[in-house]
Unconditional design. Structure first.
Length: 62
């Protein structure tokens, strides 16, 4: 369970850093960087939702 908690913290930090990077790229007119940043944000949100669902099922079984 500790691993999942730390993984959730990592996902949160990654999402925050990517959002800040996307804002920076938009403000500095680096529009080419926004596409992979948006894809990475989507990936981390998908992984985070999957992790939360997995934790929810584990806690319901106990």
């Amino acid at each position: 369970m500790v691993k999942k908690f730390l993984l959730n913290i990592f996902y949160n930090i990654a999402i925050i850093m990517l959002v800040l990077s996307g804002i920076w790229a938009y403000n500095n007119k680096h529009f080419l960087f926004i596409i992979p940043i948006a894809a990475a944000i989507g990936l981390f949100i998908f992984l985070k939702v999957r992790l939360v669902k997995e934790i929810k099922t584990l806690t319901r079984k106990k």
